[in-house]
Design a protein around this ligand. Structure first.
Ligand SMILES: Cc1cc2nc3c(=O)[nH]c(=O)nc-3n(C[C@H](O)[C@H](O)[C@H](O)COP(=O)(O)OP(=O)(O)OC[C@H]3O[C@@H](n4cnc5c(N)ncnc54)[C@H](O)[C@@H]3O)c2cc1C
Length: 480
């Protein structure tokens, strides 16, 4: 018989232990509320264990090797040798472990809430029944509940794929031997990062994307630049390609498909030792028994919430990837603290997503905030745009890499900036300034006249704003 522990009570029960869960728990503890957290896997969730931290740590390493291999500066000689993948992965694991301890495990102890190791599901009450890892069960009753169960990789229904098996971003970041060749299915942000990461470590990489361009949700000019960068780095790209079969034998994978491209009669074949599928992530709700407590899910499997992140059950809230909002850890964190305020203080807080930044950590970075030109048109905004190639940005010239651009979309008449997109070295840093521009409804003429430090990539923002009224090719230094 399964051992049943005595019922535990708390002000807040949190399912999951990622960015959303921790932000909510910390905010609740700061209000002197009691918290119990339940985690079925590794404490810390996706970002620190299998997402942001390990991927960016390995991308930084891969960039170091790439720069050594492709030195742009006269008079400097460097070279890049083969990669000791097992040591590289062990170094990454050490960093992850350290950050997991500092930013998650130790914080829970400091703020003083327990983390139960097990799987939670809802039962009448509402209450939670937790199947603990030791085989026993625990009932947990709380004033409020937070579903912060995140998301998990999904794969398209390509014949043969499920049987062949494949890597996801999670398992690819654990490989202890570098594959000689790799096909990456998916040319959106995780696929782009993974493709460049492995290519720069020395793997022969092919990317297959079903839509007609890489980075298909970004400005088309950005897709052109990243396609050029990938070509320079020897990455093969098949866009507008529908995969129709995946086969696996002892030497690896063979993928076949069709493309709108007329070369080879529209047939595409890609072969590689390894296959990585990066075609998106879906919310995790399986096994939570949400129906029992009246919590509804939407068409993408997301937990349906109102603008205050309350579900259809007034005592149950959801935050982070599971809500179907854009999958960024800073959204998860903002959601978590908002739930604590709304649940315990009746704060009625909402979030404004219109100045939400997004970054793809390829180099050059792809970064954007606000609307693309196409989105502005969809919203019937009368807009105009300018594109500043990086050859006009002094920082890019001294870096000896002018591949890239900055694009600004502004409302006609007022000049109010509604979207900024960039592909440039450190564009992820530049876009932080873009967030302030859009949040404060600044105009192109305001940005064109503001101070901007010379020889930064951020100066490109000022130059791009100036292109609305003048020819930046005729400026002296310092964007003046
Ligand atoms: C490769 C990759 C790179 C990324 N890079 C970035 C980046 O650079 N910047 C950025 O902002 N975002 C990045 N992200 C996205 C970011 O990691 C997520 O948006 C964020 O971690 C989501 O946090 P969360 O709290 O919603 O869920 P998660 O962190 O996924 O946490 C959910 C937790 O709930 C647990 N759980 C699920 N069901 C149950 C259950 N029934 N009982 C108990 N526990 C349960 C899971 O085990 C998991 O630990 C990246 C993601 C990936 C995959």
């Amino acid at each position: 018989m399964v051992q049943q522990h005595e019922t535990v009570h708390a002000d807040l029960a949190v399912i999951g232990s990622g960015g959303a869960a921790f932000a909510a728990a910390i905010a609740a503890r700061r209000k002197d509320k009691t918290v119990v957290m339940i985690e079925q896997g590794t404490v810390g969730g996706t970002c620190v264990n299998t997402g942001c931290v390990p991927s960016k740590a390995l991308l930084a390493a891969a960039e170091a090797r790439h720069v050594a291999d492709r030195q742009a500066f006269p008079g400097i000689r460097t070279e890049a040798g083969p990669v000791d993948m097992a040591t590289l992965i062990a170094g990454k694991a050490g960093l992850v472990e350290q950050l997991r301890a500092d930013k998650y495990v130790d914080l829970a102890a400091e703020y003083d809430w327990p983390i139960l190791t097990g799987r939670a599901r809802f039962t009448d009450g509402p209450a939670l029944e937790i199947s603990l890892d030791d085989g026993s069960t625990q009932r947990l009753e709380a004033e409020h509940y937070l579903i912060a169960t995140g998301s998990t990789p999904t794969a398209p229904p390509i014949p043969g794929l499920a049987d062949a098996g494949y890597l996801t971003s999670t398992t690819a970041l654990e490989l202890d031997a570098l594959p000689a060749s790799l096909v990456v299915v998916g040319g959106n942000y995780i696929g782009l990062e993974m493709a460049q990461l492995f290519a720069r470590l020395g793997t022969q990489v092919t990317v297959v994307e079903v839509l007609d361009r890489l980075a298909p949700l970004e400005e088309p000019e950005i897709s052109d630049v990243i396609a050029g960068v990938f070509a320079d780095e020897g990455i093969t790209v098949h866009t507008a390609t529908n995969l129709t079969a995946v086969e696996r034998d002892e030497s690896g994978y063979t993928l076949t498909g069709t493309t709108a491209d007329t070369d080879n009669d529209g047939a595409v074949t890609a072969r590689a030792e390894q296959l990585l599928v990066a075609t998106g992530r879906r919310p995790v709700t399986a096994g939570l028994d949400l129906d029992t407590v009246g919590v509804k899910t939407g068409p993408r499997g997301e937990v349906v919430v109102d603008e205050h992140l309350r579900t259809h059950n007034p005592r149950i809230w959801a935050a982070g990837d599971v809500t179907g909002h854009p999958q960024f850890v800073y959204i998860a964190g903002a959601h978590g603290s908002l739930v604590a305020d709304n649940a315990f203080d009746h704060a009625g807080r909402t979030l404004d997503y219109h100045h939400l930044p997004r970054v793809t950590f390829t180099t050059p970075n792809i970064a954007a905030v606000g609307l693309t030109d196409a989105q502005a048109i969809e919203q019937s905004l009368a807009c105009e745009f300018r594109v500043l190639p990086l050859e006009y940005v002094p920082r890019a010239l001294v870096n000896r890499d002018t591949r890239g651009l900055i694009k600004i979309v502004a409302e006609q008449g007022t000049g109010r900036i509604v979207g900024i997109s960039a592909i440039a070295a450190a564009a992820g840093e530049v876009i932080a300034a873009g967030v302030y521009v859009i949040a404060n409804q600044m105009t192109t003429s305001q940005v064109a006249e503001l101070w901007s430090p010379y020889l930064t990539m951020a100066e490109g923002l000022k130059l791009a704003a100036q292109t609305f009224t003048r020819d930046v090719a005729k400026l002296s230094c310092c964007a003046s």
